[in-house]
Design a protein around this ligand. Structure first.
Ligand SMILES: [Zn+2]
Length: 415
């Protein structure tokens, strides 16, 4: 007999073992009477203990065997009881109650969306974690979510009675079911006040107020033209709200400010960061222009090659990019080859001035990468790569400079 179906608030039972099956490493126990809910209809199974004269067994899984006429089987670990033994079963009530809150709330939320718009049909649900999700048809928007949760919360505050009862499938026409049954014969219905009625075999709260608070936490479009709405209910919603509040308070303390000042403080930090970034970019480009201008005397046959030390606190990548920008602006007549070392890797950048047509930065880069065992690529006017043999950077820059000089000379002849 399934006590879980008769009284969802029953937490324990006294019964006897009717069967014990070994299935590989797993031991499954069948009981004459059980309060344990088996995984079904999206609601997760109970866990708990079976206490007997020989010791204790933990119930770690509960499944219903449809082929064996709906027999409920309990997977146990620990000291298993034998057939005929008297046992006392106790479920993990906290876990069960959370599941009842999630599941009962999902009924009301699904019904509330239908009230907002008949197109918002529930297509699937997930009750496996504190964040319950429902996938809706009909593309509900943010305003629909707000309206539906206001409605569901109102029904919860009305503290409606929730009751489950069985009818013959021949009599189903008398009930305006939101969801048709998946089984035949005797059908179990659940009714919440006069707002929700559906065929359901799960465990439910006794009254709708027990699912409060209800906290909507997300809406996203997913594949198949569905919209996934996430929420938390009851104890789990309360715990989330409490922990978010504590996070905000910790943040407020770090600013030596009040909770309500946190958004303004974060906004001020963001503008400050933007100003600092802007100043940094300007300083870096001034530094790069000074470096390029200061090395004008090193330009040889239209080629400048330089080893660069990035200013402190600046990434090599950013320093090289700033140098390349400065070179393209100040020396359109020059092929600029830049090299730098960071964390034992050598990086080479080739920038071809706009006046140096028919010179390809990529073939010049390749001459350098062959020396430092590197990889890279880019466009005809700018190419970049890096390699692991940083000790050969100077040789690589020389090789690239020779390749560049050849290209410049041959382009000059063509012209
Ligand atoms: Zn249900």
């Amino acid at each position: 007999m399934r006590l879980d179906q008769r009284d969802s608030y029953a937490r324990s039972m006294e019964t006897v073992v009717t069967d014990v099956e070994q299935d590989g490493d797993a031991v499954w126990v069948t009981l004459d009477t059980s309060v344990f809910y088996p995984t079904a209809g999206g609601q997760l199974h109970d866990v708990g203990m079976l206490l007997h004269a020989g010791g204790e067994a933990r119930v770690v899984d509960v499944a219903v065997d449809k082929e064996a006429g709906g027999v409920v089987r309990h997977r146990v670990e620990g000291t298993q009881p034998g057939v005929g033994d008297a046992v006392r079963g106790e479920i993990d009530w906290d876990r069960r109650y959370r599941h009842m809150q999630r599941h009962s709330a999902q009924h009301l939320v699904s019904q509330a969306f239908l009230h907002v718009n008949a197109a918002f049909e529930t297509r699937s649900v997930s009750l496996a974690s504190p964040e319950v999700t429902i996938d809706f048809a009909g593309d509900p928007g943010d305003e629909d979510v707000t309206a539906a949760f206001a409605l569901a919360r109102g029904w919860a505050y009305d503290d409606l009675e929730i009751r489950a009862f069985e009818v013959d499938d021949a009599d189903l026409g008398a009930y305006p079911l939101r969801r048709p049954p998946k089984v035949q014969g005797r059908i179990r219905l659940v009714q919440m006040g006069d707002v929700e009625i559906a065929a359901c075999g799960g465990t439910h709260l006794a009254r709708t107020a027990e699912m409060l608070p209800l906290l909507a936490v997300g809406r996203q479009r997913i594949r198949g033209d569905l919209t996934r709405v996430s929420f938390l209910a009851g104890w789990e919603a309360q715990a989330l709200a409490q922990s978010l509040l504590e996070d905000v308070d910790a943040l407020a303390r770090s600013f030596s400010a009040g909770r309500e000042d946190v958004p303004a403080r974060v906004e001020a930090l963001r503008s400050e960061l933007q100003a600092v970034r802007f100043a940094h970019v300007r300083a870096l480009s001034a530094w790069a222009e000074a470096r390029v201008g200061g090395n004008a005397a090193q330009v040889n046959d239209g080629v400048l090659h330089l080893r660069v030390d990035a200013p402190e606190g600046t990434l090599v990548r950013d320093a090289l990019a700033a140098m390349a920008e400065a070179a393209s602006k100040l020396r359109p007549d020059v092929v600029t080859i830049l090299g730098a070392v960071e964390e034992a890797r050598a990086t080479v950048l080739v920038q071809v001035g706009a006046e140096r047509v028919r010179v390809d930065a990529r073939t010049i880069l390749k001459a350098a990468l062959d020396v430092i065992e590197g990889r890279g690529g880019g466009k005809p006017d700018r190419a970049q790569g890096s390699g692991s043999d940083a000790s050969q950077l100077d040789a690589a820059l020389d090789a690239a400079a020779r390749a560049a000089a050849e290209q410049v000379a041959s382009a000059r002849q063509d012209a």
